[in-house]
Write a protein that binds this ligand. Structure first.
Ligand SMILES: CC(C)(COP(=O)(O)OP(=O)(O)OC[C@H]1O[C@@H](n2cnc3c(N)ncnc32)[C@H](O)[C@@H]1OP(=O)(O)O)[C@@H](O)C(=O)NCCC(=O)NCCS
Length: 187
């Protein structure tokens, strides 16, 4: 057996140990939620929100009431990577964002913004004039996202509502007026 020149064996070693190019996963597809998504939605909601996740029966009823404003990010491989849900009332053409999340591994790719922009566009097409939401005051990522979309604190107290969800569970209430012009989120 002929001995291999050192450089060649080093080259091959480098090829074997060099990091294989790791392709980025394709971006998930944004679409309206379907009834068949509910088990996966429940899993996703529990993964992200843990003890604050919606119980399955409530998700089902929210789906029945607000399906047209229930959007998911489908990765095409059986997993949902995020969702947004808005509840609407005919009274005052009012609405609330009832849930928004993106899985940890897909954050900072513009997906949360994409979900919000699409649901806001759909709400406006449905004649909704005002969108509100609550957010934990320390949730910087969400607060910055909402502010960049034009949401502002609903006064009084700069939007702060103490004990909103119970003792020590303060929340900020933010509001966005949906104007008649094209949806142009401020930065
Ligand atoms: C909030 C959340 C949905 C944002 O999703 P995302 O896909 O990572 O957000 P995007 O990539 O679309 O970012 C949009 C903007 O949000 C802000 N933002 C998002 N993540 C941020 C972070 N970690 N730090 C600072 N700003 C952040 C930025 O303003 C960003 O704009 P930029 O990228 O131009 O700077 C995501 O962090 C999440 O699921 N968090 C856990 C669940 C949650 O808190 N939901 C909201 C409950 S009210």
């Amino acid at each position: 057996m002929t001995a291999e020149p050192l450089e060649r064996s080093l080259d091959r070693h480098d090829q074997l140990t060099a990091e294989a190019p790791f392709p980025e996963p394709p971006p998930p597809v944004l679409r309206t939620a379907r009834i068949a998504d509910l088990p996966e939605l429940q899993r996703l909601d529990a993964e992200v929100f843990q003890e604050f996740a919606y119980p399955g029966f409530l998700l089902r009823q929210l789906f029945d009431m607000y399906a047209e404003h229930f959007l998911v990010l489908d990765d095409g491989a059986g997993r949902l990577r995020g969702y947004v849900l808005a509840g609407t009332t005919a009274l005052d053409r009012d609405s609330w964002i009832l849930g928004l999340c993106v899985t940890h591994d897909r954050r900072r790719n513009g997906l949360g913004r994409e979900l919000m922009i699409e649901v806001l566009a759909r709400l406006r097409r449905s004649g909704i004039e005002q969108v509100r939401l609550t957010v934990e005051p320390a949730n910087r990522a969400a607060v910055l996202l909402y502010r960049s979309l034009g949401f502002r604190p609903e006064e009084p107290d700069g939007g702060l509502r103490r004990d909103y969800f119970g003792p020590a569970m303060d929340r900020l209430v933010l509001r966005l007026e949906l104007g008649a012009g094209p949806l142009r989120p401020g930065r």
